[in-house]
Design a binder for this molecule. Sequence first.
Ligand code: F6P
Length: 346
Amino acid sequence: MRIGLLTGGGDCPGLNAVIRAVVVAGSVVHGDTSVGFIDGWKGVLDGRVVELDVERCRGILTQGGTILGTSRTNPFATPEGPGRALATVESLGLDAVVAIGGDDTLGAADRLFQQGLAVVGVPKTIDNDLAGTEVTFGFDTAVQIATEAIDRLQTTAESHHRVMVCEVMGRNVGHIAVHAGMAGGAAEILVPEEPFSLDAVCERLVRRHEGGRFFSTVVVAEGATPVEAGPGGRPEGTGATDQFGHARLGGIGAFLAEAIERRTGYESRATVLGHIQRGGTPTAFDRVLATRFGAEALAAVHDGAFGSMVALNAGRIDRIPLSEATGSPRTVDRALLHDVAGPHLG
Ligand code: F6P
């Protein structure tokens, strides 16, 4: 078969491991040939591809990012986009496309599938917010990086008797905040799913400090917001958006540190981890998961199981309809957040 691969949306560690699994196993086991679209769906619209073979995939297993480049271009942004995408795939003589991405990329894949594209999806995002799979690759690496940062913040917080606020990624969901916060023993974990009360956060911090713990680490997801309105309440964003109209988040950490210091009198500092969480080499877990996803995507292509997405459920790799994975994000487990991770363990 001749297979086209693309990586779309924000990059994440493990993308190259998927590409390698599809291209190398496809070539060695099935005699397939592969091309990679440059910069996600943009490359499909523009007909820009590179040949991919075993040689090109040497050494990429451990590399972060994506050798194909990525973008947030959505073929449905213009009326002629879907037709152009289908025409490109046909003109290149491709039998199938493997789309590796998050909600936007796979949502477009599903819509193109409805229009006749032979496509299989592979879920990726450090945010881990895709429905239908227990975990996406990239998440473990991001949690590892954030945990290491929180560990480092804890020791300097303790030395200086400070409150250290650590802002992590998480636009709509707080999986990174919950997992890294738990692993690092944070005093507070604040997520987008539940607006938090500044009053309540400060009260708990005061109680903790009065109880003899003279430092605290607060982990906040970039999409988290306080319930209090007006001055001292929700920070006004810059209103900045990327070229696709998505709001650029960031700033809640600095806002929170300033508010905590003003309300409690405890010296507070903010650290934003930002894209450090998305860069660099994947953890062993993510390399293995990405390779398993790639192998199953290849099997799905050869089975003609188009319109499906590979997923991890109960430790097994299976396939689910693309439509089940896109649309509504998988949010954090409230019991994990409140009953297990709750401030009592911070
Ligand atoms: O990959 C998802 C994500 O990490 C979000 O948590 C974050 O808001 C977004 O990417 C930032 O992406 P960028 O700054 O690269 O556009």
